[in-house]
Design a binder for this molecule. Structure first.
Ligand code: UDP
Ligand code: MG
Length: 138
């Protein structure tokens, strides 16, 4: 059984999309193993996106991610990393397939509503960044 980290970003929370995003996960048979709402500090966002620290969008991205509350979730299911990525759609919502979360609700390449881990290694790092073992319900 695979796990992945999902985040509903500040723009998603602001647009009132918490329920909509969770509904899409549940409709696909994805199980929620943990969930919390929090507002990231700048340091926390910089650490989370450390792989992107040399990218031109890093400063703006980490400002955006700290601009309001987010909902972090551990999703569980068969092939859930890929399943979640395909529900999310491409990073750039203009290139995302119809019916994906980003195509339906993103307003900008940065403000694209959701985050999802992109590999088992990333998922392990990202889950432990927000949750300890006692916060996961199996
Ligand atoms: N991002 C951005 N400009 C870009 C590429 C990415 O603002 O040109 C932001 C966007 O919010 C994206 C996040 O940085 O979701 C992380 O980028 P990544 O390439 O990992 O995309 P993702 O895995 O989220 O699809
Ligand atoms: Mg990524």
């Amino acid at each position: 059984m695979e796990q992945t980290l999902s985040i509903i970003k500040p723009d998603g929370v602001n647009q009132g999309l918490i329920g909509e995003v969770i509904k899409r996960f549940e409709a696909k048979g994805i199980r929620i193993a943990a969930m919390k709402m929090l507002q990231m500090t700048k340091k926390q966002a910089q650490g989370f996106y450390a792989v992107h620290r040399e990218r031109p969008f890093f400063e703006s991205l980490t400002d955006f991610m700290t601009s309001g509350p987010v909902v972090a979730m551990v999703l569980e299911g068969e092939n859930v990393i890929e399943k979640n990525r395909s529900l999310m759609g491409a990073t750039n919502y203009k290139e995302a397939e119809e019916g994906t979360i980003r195509r339906d609700f993103a307003t900008d390449i940065e403000k694209n509503v959701v985050h999802g881990s992109d590999s088992p290694e990333t998922a392990a790092f990202e889950i432990s960044y927000f949750f300890n073992q006692f916060e996961l319900v199996s």
